[in-house]
Write a protein that binds this ligand. Structure first.
Ligand code: ADP
Ligand code: MG
Length: 330
């Protein structure tokens, strides 16, 4: 849902959660909205506005393209959409069940109802898995589920620092996550993960034309202590798991960090879309790409160099402070 808001060009995204999202999960954005005439079909399977031609499939620049999120949600929760395009006089609100428009109350009308709302879209998901007991039971407790939602929202906030994000529990006076519009990745890392972590990070930035890969980000320098690995990996802007990248970076850090210390890694990896397969995992959580070994090697080298040079300059700085000799010209 966050990705849908980003695809809609939102500059502000607010997440509201009740009971770990099981009772209520609401995503409000100020994006371009949904056309009123599209409302009857948006929750049908394979409905997407993000592919115009067949060839678009090989150069996908949006997060979505499969038209499955809203459809799936409408089968397992009470889903409603309120949306307003900038040029529309009023907003419309529609309820869905099993992919189709449904009345808000039994016996009511199914057609979208005009209402008042700001430009943009609010997706409201209530009573998740109300009709599938086993899935309900498989969810963790509300606290853990909320933590996971918060983590996903925070990671998107770091990666999309231009967009303002909030995440809060319904009714809470204060948001747990609140990043300003037009921020930077490092400022958001500082806000979310603390200034100690943010202050110990070094930048990596590298492009390799042969591998059609480039990456940038912020990673722990060896001089810093943390007890849990924090790993934010975005491949072509998508928050993903990629075990080979993670393992390789972890083993690099195992050789340079003190034993009890764990790294913080935020990596924004861009690959040619033709080289990435985003379809290996049903929820697009894992991806595969061409030249994996070489690209992983390249990432590890760059991180290693960045950490070494950061620690070199830190040592010089420390020595410089204590010495009485006049400092040498650079
Ligand atoms: P996909 O993202 O793969 O296209 P989804 O099921 O996630 O499929 O969404 C279906 C369609 O609903 C999208 O293609 C888009 O047109 C519309 N949509 C969903 N969420 C939003 C939103 N927040 N703002 C504008 N349009 C949206
Ligand atoms: Mg989508």
């Amino acid at each position: 849902l966050l990705e849908n808001s980003l695809d809609a060009g939102a500059t502000s995204i607010a997440v509201t959660v009740k009971d770990g999202g099981m009772k209520l999960l609401q995503i409000q954005d100020n994006g371009h909205g949904i056309r009123t005439e599209d409302l009857p079909i948006v929750c049908e399977r394979f409905t997407t506005s993000k592919l115009a031609t067949y060839d678009d499939l090989s150069r996908i620049q949006t997060y979505g393209f499969r038209g499955e999120a809203l459809a799936s949600i409408s089968h397992v929760a009470h889903l409603s959409i309120t949306t307003k395009k900038a040029d529309s006089e009023c907003a419309y609100r529609a309820n869905y069940a099993d992919g189709k428009l449904a009345p808000a109350r039994p016996g009511g009308r199914s057609e979208p109802e005009p209402c008042a709302a700001n430009n943009g879209t609010t997706i409201t998901v209530e009573d998740l898995f109300y009709n599938i007991r086993s899935r309900q039971d498989a969810l963790k407790n509300p606290r853990d589920e909320y933590t996971r939602i918060f983590e996903v929202a925070s990671r998107y906030a770091v990666h999309n620092a231009g967009v303002a994000f909030t995440c809060r529990k319904a009714g809470a006076p204060k948001a747990d996550l609140c990043t300003p519009h037009g921020s930077t990745a490092i400022a958001n890392i500082r806000q979310i993960f603390g200034s100690k972590i943010a202050g110990s990070l070094v930048a990596v930035d590298h492009a390799d034309a042969d591998l059609e890969a480039e990456f940038r980000g912020f990673v722990s320098s060896a001089a810093h202590e943390m007890h849990k690995t924090v790993f934010l990996l975005f491949i072509n802007h998508r928050l993903v798991e990629h075990t080979p990248v993670r393992r390789a970076i972890e083993s690099l850090y195992a050789s340079i960090l003190p034993k009890a210390s764990r790294p913080f890694v935020y990596l924004d990896l861009r690959l040619s879309p033709q080289n990435v397969d985003v379809n290996v995992h049903p929820t697009k959580r894992e991806v595969r790409f061409l030249n994996e070994d070489n690209i992983v090697g390249c990432i590890v080298d760059s991180i290693h160099k960045a950490v070494l040079s950061a620690n070199d300059s830190r040592e010089y700085a420390v020595r410089g402070v204590g010495s009485r000799q006049p400092s040498l010209p650079h």
